[in-house]
Design a protein around this ligand. Structure first.
Ligand code: PLP
Length: 357
């Protein structure tokens, strides 16, 4: 049965990755052992880690100042680990409040130093990205969430704050071409665009790390992970293997530039339908619409549940909006085929016809 999986994360993976991973579970590269059974420092896994790190470097075209780490704890751990390592007590960090995830990052940073929330979209239910703000020049860094998974907004262009830029790219990493070297630290949970749950990618400039003036628990110190090549302790071996296979797949698709074109096409297909179909409406400011998470609502609220039921019959899953924002959300990450977006669009048209529109 073919299912069209629009889940926001964990989300769809390319078939090639699933096929390869299933072989790796049974017999990893002819070793007679499963990838789940090999040592994280052994000759089987070491090349996986090395290739994963090299692929990130290559696909993001990172300069030599960057270190690439694969760490436990998902993106939420980074909300805390970033300020733990980079924000000393008495120092200020600037944060943009563009949604629930950004607000969680702000909450954690406040445990470590001063936080200047330079802008917020909260009054507008986060339907737009605030762009008119100034950043205190002495702030240690500016933190942004490049794509706001729950509200379907995305920074179309990056701010230029004149201080180091830190980004949570959990829901749009490698989905478009960016000058990643403009950032000082980038992190992303892997489970949407670059793999599966259980690992976060962290790309950090060595020159940005500097001297933390507080004691950092060893496992949370970026410098320890850098010195140990991302295997300070047992890393999430299987999640890193899936990430490596997904990164290989991303490269085979043509990398960020090629994916950006495909992702643009998919998003346009769906937004055009929402804008033209009288039963649906997208509340997000047009210039800030995300190409990764398309959020929309039913213009006749009584049709919300029937539309979800209709989708279920068409094998379309995962389009219920986040519990905090309601409505619908279709996530169009890198692995989402254009054909599935077309199936959703057809379902929306058919549903409108059946309801007299
Ligand atoms: N940041 C963003 C933008 C997210 O979308 C999410 C999860 O969906 C997170 C952070 C939290 O990620 P994790 O579950 O890996 O901690």
């Amino acid at each position: 049965m073919q299912v069209h999986n629009f889940n926001a994360g964990p989300s769809i993976l390319p078939n090639e990755v699933l096929y390869q991973a299933s072989k790796g579970i049974l017999d990893f590269e002819g070793s007679g052992m499963s990838i789940l059974e090999v040592s994280h420092r052994g000759k089987e896994f070491t090349p996986v880690m090395e290739e994963a790190r090299a692929l990130v470097r290559e696909l993001m075209q990172l300069d030599d100042d960057f270190e690439v780490l694969f760490l436990h704890g998902g993106a939420s751990t980074q909300f805390m680990q970033v300020p733990f390592n980079l924000l000393n007590s008495g120092e200020t960090a600037a944060y943009t409040d563009t949604g629930v995830w950004a607000a969680k990052a702000i909450k954690e940073a406040r445990l470590f130093g001063e936080v200047d929330v330079v802008c917020s979209g909260k009054d507008d239910q986060y339907h737009h990205i605030p762009k008119n703000f100034s950043v205190p020049p002495q702030a240690r860094y500016l933190h942004i969430t490049t794509n706001n998974t729950i509200y379907g907004t995305q920074w179309a262009s990056m701010p230029d704050p004149g201080i180091p830029l830190v980004a949570d790219m959990s829901s749009d990493i490698l989905s478009r071409q960016l000058d990643f070297n403009r950032f000082s630290l980038i992190y992303a949970g892997a489970q949407k665009n670059t793999g599966t749950a259980g690992v976060a990618l962290v790309m950090v400039r060595k020159s940005f790390l500097g001297e933390a003036r507080r004691s950092i628990p060893t496992i949370l110190d970026y410098r320890v992970h850098i010195q140990n090549g991302s295997v300070f302790n047992t890393p999430p071996v299987f999640a890193i293997y899936i990430a490596m296979l997904t990164l290989r797949w991303l490269k085979a698709q043509g990398g960020a530039a090629a994916l950006e074109k495909i992702n643009e096409r998919k998003a346009k297909l769906l937004y055009d339908e929402i804008d033209n179909n009288p039963l649906f409406h997208c509340p997000v400011a047009v210039e800030d619409r995300s190409r990764m998470n398309v959020c929309f609502v039913a213009t006749r609220p009584e049709l919300e549940t029937p539309f979800l039921d209709f989708c279920k019959k068409e094998n379309i899953v995962g389009i219920k909006g986040h519990r905090s924002s309601g409505g619908f959300r279709a996530s169009l990450y890198n692995a989402m085929p254009e054909e599935s977006v077309q199936v959703l669009v057809e379902a929306m048209r058919e549903f409108a016809r059946q309801h007299g529109e």
